[in-house]
Design a protein around this ligand. Structure first.
Ligand SMILES: Cc1cc2nc3c(=O)[nH]c(=O)nc-3n(C[C@H](O)[C@H](O)[C@H](O)COP(=O)(O)O)c2cc1C
Length: 191
């Protein structure tokens, strides 16, 4: 199946976790197409070449949204992309069937550790509690959103010197393997 990775990092050159995950993932799935939104910004009111973005989505079977978790959601750049590209008549509405039947896999990194994502802890809720807007976006467009593949605690790794770098490399490799496994399970189910 055709895998399209939408890289929603607003400053991909400064990314540590997201970049390491993408590099590891592409070793497993060299056939995947990566669209880095920060490199696709257009000088237009929509902010993107909407037709080109829609064509890329149309062509994919499995769409991966890969992003750093920003304020409990996708980064603003990615939200602008969704707002501009997921239009009525394309993604929703009676004639908007272009995304129907596609699978959406959310692949994200958080700064906070997993233990912080729980009642009574700094983030108060588990990660899944922040997913309904994304799940409903997928649902309205007729896409099935799978459970997110998440790597938590990247801030400590990034600030953690040599040990942190090693932990990040290992976490990125594990994330890439989990992401590839989710995609392989979709492919198996659809075969
Ligand atoms: C504007 C902004 C908002 C952030 N919001 C969150 C958040 O809501 N929850 C969280 O756990 N981390 C948050 N972080 C931390 C990022 O998720 C973390 O730095 C990122 O996942 C690391 O990936 P990268 O190395 O690819 O940039 C935020 C960071 C920034 C810059």
């Amino acid at each position: 199946m055709k895998v399209l990775v939408i890289n929603g990092h607003p400053t991909p050159k400064e990314s540590a976790a997201g970049k390491a995950i993408l590099n590891a993932f592409l070793k497993q799935r060299p056939d995947a197409i990566v669209r880095t939104l920060a490199e696709r910004k257009a000088d237009s009111p929509a902010g993107f070449d909407v037709e080109a973005e829609q064509a890329a989505l149309r062509d994919a079977d499995i769409i991966v949204w890969h992003f750093p978790f920003y304020w409990y959601s996708v980064p603003g750049l990615m939200k602008t992309w969704i707002d501009s590209v997921f239009l009525r008549g394309f993604a929703h509405g009676s004639n908007g069937t272009a995304l129907r039947g596609k699978k959406l896999v959310v692949s994200l990194t958080t700064g906070a550790p997993e233990a912080a994502y729980a009642e009574g802890m700094p983030m108060n809720w588990p990660l899944e509690a922040f997913m309904p807007p994304l799940r409903q976006t997928a649902s309205l467009c007729g896409m099935e959103m799978l459970d997110p593949v998440a790597t938590y605690g990247t801030t400590a790794m990034v600030l953690g010197g040599d040990e942190g770098r090693e932990a990040l490399a290992q976490a990125a490799q594990k994330h890439a393997e989990r992401l590839a496994a989710v995609i392989a399970s979709i492919e198996k189910a659809e075969a």
